[in-house]
Design a protein. Structure first.
Length: 416
């Protein structure tokens, strides 16, 4: 059996030193400062965002660090510890959407987005990135990169938006625009909101109703794991992602069609109506009976019950009901498996091993069809449980997983 790859979070000093050393080695001078932003994981509320529902992400202790120095021309030069031997260079002047290939599109895109939003004072820059957010794991390494870049550019070009929550909404817009329009990676804002607005010891309750403003749609909810002797195990199954075969789009379209059948703007309206009814179980049954086929019934049942689970999880954890919080994790995964049908064998096996070996609850997190699971466990149990999952993966011939232990961390900030 192979030993599981367990990824430790870099301290501020370790991350800053790595980014600074790479900057000096690449560009031959010192940076102006170092900033960082976290990856994120969604505790509960899956496939609810595009149904105007509720999500509950936390910021991970695993962060991307950026050492940056502004320039007076439009040239951007970026280097990453993923490939420290070469940097990429782009001219912001005349740059258009999708004009940058590869990973450099993300940081360059932030500067391009800010300029297109009217911040003409933003010029080029040199930057070096060092990160411990696992790539390709569904933990938002891209948002950690774009948000750390946005905060750094806000600082060095004196835009004045990074110091307040209201101001950070503007920086979030630039990070989203970078991902959507420059990198061509679809994102709805959950990742960037978590990376920019989470606070330590709290989860960010994100309400995705379109009528809410960015200042109305978030609230900080208690999620202090250490106070309860807990930690969150995150296991990247490294199962090949299958989102590019139309499965995600198919489910989204099904939900939109269901809303039309039910004559509502979105399924959040349906979920709220069921929650407020005298008999929610009967109301849900009547709603599902009004739908034309079994697949649509299953998709709607997941969305409605998942929105309710987010509310229940917030209440349970605030009241110290750890076992109930774990039960809701389990119910979420079971719904994603049976009703939304977005799990794969690796996700199901990892969840099953976690449940059988001491986790209070476990579930897949993210879009599914690969990616990661999370498990609520006692402090100090993560590495042992991750190894048991790795052992079972080896027996079943799966790729070796990666893992990390998490607590609710804080958002993007200047480090040095």
């Amino acid at each position: 059996m192979s030993t599981v790859q367990f990824i430790k979070a870099l301290t501020d000093d370790e991350g800053s030193d790595k980014a600074s050393e790479l900057f000096r080695h690449t560009f031959g001078e010192d940076e102006s400062g170092v900033w960082s932003a976290p990856g994120r994981v969604n505790l509960i509320g899956e496939h609810t965002d595009y149904n105007a529902g509720l999500c509950l992400p936390i910021a991970l202790p695993h962060r991307t660090f950026i050492a940056l120095k502004p320039r007076t021309d439009g040239i951007v030069r970026v280097v990453s510890d993923v490939d420290p031997t070469s940097f990429q260079e782009v001219d912001l002047n005349g740059l258009e959407a999708r004009g940058v290939d590869g990973w450099a599109a993300y940081p360059v895109g932030v500067a391009w987005a800010l300029r297109s939003m009217g911040f003409s004072q933003v010029q080029g820059f040199d930057a070096a990135f060092a990160s411990c957010v696992p790539l390709g794991s569904g933990l938002s390494s891209s948002a950690a990169m774009t948000c750390s870049t946005a905060l750094a550019l806000d600082d060095v070009f004196a835009l004045g938006y990074g110091a307040s929550d209201a101001g950070r909404v503007t920086l979030i817009e630039s990070a989203m625009k970078s991902e959507n329009d420059m990198a061509g990676a679809s994102t709805g804002g959950l990742d960037q909101n978590a990376s920019m607005r989470c606070t330590a010891g709290h989860a960010l309750l994100l309400d995705c109703r379109p009528e809410l403003t960015p200042l109305e749609n978030t609230s900080q909810q208690p999620f202090d794991l250490s106070a309860h002797g807990l930690e969150l195990l995150v296991v990247d199954t490294q199962a090949p992602h299958q989102l590019n075969d139309g499965q995600y789009a198919e489910r989204r379209a099904c939900c939109e069609e269901a809303a039309k059948v039910l004559k509502v703007a979105n399924l959040r309206v349906t979920a709220d109506g069921i929650a407020k009814s005298d008999d929610p179980f009967q109301s849900l049954k009547e709603t599902l009976d009004a739908l034309p086929d079994e697949v649509m019934k299953k998709r709607v049942r997941h969305v409605v019950t998942e929105i309710a689970r987010v509310r229940s999880f917030v209440r349970a954890f605030a009241n110290g009901q750890v076992e109930e919080a774990g039960r809701l994790f389990n119910a979420s995964h079971d719904s994603l498996k049976a009703d939304y049908e977005v799990t794969v064998p690796e996700l199901d096996v990892a969840v099953d091993v976690a449940r059988k070996n001491g986790a209070y609850g476990a579930r897949m997190t993210g879009g599914g069809f690969g990616g990661s699971i999370i498990a609520l466990v006692n402090s100090g149990e993560s590495e042992k449980l991750a190894q048991l999952i790795a052992d079972e993966f080896a027996r079943q011939g799966f790729h070796a997983p990666r893992a990390l232990a998490a607590v609710a961390s804080d958002s993007a900030r200047k480090v040095r």
